[in-house]
Design a protein around this ligand. Structure first.
Ligand code: PHE
Length: 515
């Protein structure tokens, strides 16, 4: 059965694919802003510590589980664990839900790239007598439901074709070209951004501790516990962890490769690109705001607004060269979005591809990828017609709830994000660590990591982290996510998160260990 299973052709190809999965919208619109808002270097240091003690551990564990079993998430957990066999389902449902909005956002990026391309090629603003305006374009796009769905569909078709091409023939090939191209484009945008007048204010926003408050960008800095929750959530999403994606890619990796050095490479590359993306976008956004007399606290530096309003205005205000930089930038973001989306799709479909292979039905990748793509398109329809809540077709409206509502029902994107990134991701990681640390024993993973010849230091480091550090940090992240999505009493959510931690800890550690 294993003989016909797909695999990456080279370790370089695997690394490009895994880095491609990690580098995505999360790096560009989340990291730089959260870093500035949460205390600049303080956030960066918390983030780096978390990446080292938690991210790296989960990354290594997922790759090892995948490669050891040579199976997709559902079956991988079934094979190794009696108690936690069901975690694999979390790792299939979560990426499926993430794709409901990732595909729509990918569609938005595609629209902006096309718009800048049209401007570049035919000078659209000359024809219509108006320059592209970030907020007007964004508003018009969100309410154009048919347009949004059409571009979502287009984005899905691109991803589908790549995944249908196979692990080495599609995913690996795309990333081997896409990732280096992304890096080059990023450097071009950085040079342009940093040479704008007042760009240095943006750098200060990101790097000078407390500058976001002192400079008037935000009112107050969050406390350290909040920073921990924010940085933890961001790190998880950005590294594609506990979503089946990394485990699935690991299952296609050759037995010869060292999982520790691969994990370190992926974590370092993703973090580096997040910082570089910040240096590319924040100074440009801040400089453009200052140069056009916008009060600093009104410059949108976060999420979709940063990407689709603030940055589009930056390009428009650049004059003639604007559309060219617009095309380069949105193409870069598009590559990042596609390379992440294909890993999510692969994580969802791999189980059924494996199953058919084992049943002797041969390679059914194309058919299964088609079905997965269709199902994602159906759920994406909800997110697309809702237009980030601006068309009023969100869960709160459908439930007939009036007035202010908690985030998780304010729009379809947040609703899907709540179950996947908010709950399944931190919970899945917590359970995975407890399973490895207390049910299976860490040695099972360590044997796979470097074929028994990892350094003794890494063995000790891994064991302590997977048993204690990761589960506890994940409880903080889970609580932080719940507070963000559901609001209400903070204490309550800490009690819930740590209550779950204790219950599952006892559950994992109890009874006879089997390894
Ligand atoms: N890491 C991707 C990003 O930063 C998103 C992602 C999450 C991709 C989970 C795959 C799995 O945008």
């Amino acid at each position: 059965m294993e003989n016909n299973r797909s695999s990456f052709a080279s370790n370089f190809g695997f690394l490009m694919a895994a880095i491609g999965s990690a580098v995505g919208l999360g790096n560009i619109w989340g990291f730089p802003y959260k870093m500035g808002k949460s205390g600049g270097f303080t956030f960066l240091i918390v983030y780096l510590l978390l990446a080292m003690f938690v991210g790296l551990i989960i990354m290594t564990s997922e790759l090892a589980l995948g490669r050891k079993t040579k199976l997709s998430p559902i079956d991988a957990y079934k094979v190794v664990s009696k108690k936690f066999a069901w975690i694999g389902w979390l790792a299939i449902i979560a990426p499926f839900l993430i794709m409901s909005f990732y595909s729509v956002l990918g569609g938005y990026v595609l629209q902006y790239m096309s718009l800048n391309l049209a401007e570049l090629s035919f000078g659209l603003s000359g024809i219509f007598g108006q320059a592209i305006s970030g907020s007007a374009t964004f508003g018009a796009m969100l309410t154009n439901q048919f347009g949004c769905f059409f571009f979502t569909l287009l984005f899905m078709i691109i991803c589908m074709v790549i995944v249908m091409g196979g692990v080495s023939g599609g995913i690996e090939k795309f990333n081997k070209i896409g990732m280096p191209a992304l890096a080059v484009m990023l450097l071009i945008v950085i040079v342009r951004s940093l040479t704008l007048p007042n760009a240095v204010e943006g750098l200060k926003f990101m790097f000078v501790p407390g500058y976001a408050v002192k400079g008037g960008f935000i009112e107050s800095s969050p406390d350290l516990i909040t920073v921990l929750g924010t940085a933890g959530g961001q790190m998880f999403f950005s590294l594609s962890l506990a979503m089946g994606a990394i485990l699935t890619y690991g299952s296609y990796l050759s037995k010869e490769e060292n999982l520790v050095s691969n994990s370190i490479t992926i974590v370092v590359a993703d973090t580096l690109i997040a910082i570089l993306a910040g240096i590319a976008v924040i100074p440009a956004a801040v400089a453009n705001g200052i140069n056009n007399g916008i009060p600093v606290n009104e410059i949108s530096l976060n999420g979709p607004k940063l990407l689709f309003v603030t940055l589009q205005d930056v390009f428009t205000n650049m004059g003639k060269a604007g559309p060219l930089f617009g095309v380069i930038f949105y193409l870069l973001v598009l590559l990042a979005a596609i390379s992440s989306a294909i890993s999510l799709m692969e994580a969802v479909g791999a189980h059924w591809i494996d199953k058919d292979l084992q049943a002797g039905k041969g390679d059914t990748r194309k058919g299964i990828t088609l079905i997965v793509s269709l199902l994602i398109t159906v759920e994406a329809l909800l997110v697309a017609v809702d237009g980030l809540g601006s068309n009023g077709i969100h869960p709160a409206a459908l439930l007939g709830i009036q007035g202010p509502v908690p985030d998780f029902i304010a729009d379809w994107l947040d609703f899907m994000d709540c179950w996947s990134e908010g709950i399944a991701m931190p919970l899945g990681a917590m359970l995975m660590a407890l399973m490895i640390g207390w049910e299976l024993t860490p040695n099972l993973i360590l044997e796979e990591v470097g074929h028994g010849n990892h350094s003794p230091f890494f063995g000790k480091f891994y064991t302590v982290c997977v048993r204690f550090v990761v589960p506890i940090v994940m409880a903080f992240v889970l609580a932080g996510q719940m507070i963000g999505f559901f609001g209400g009493s903070q204490i309550l959510w800490y009690v819930v998160a740590f209550g779950l931690l204790v219950i599952f800890w006892v559950f994992a550690a109890n009874g006879k260990k089997q390894s």
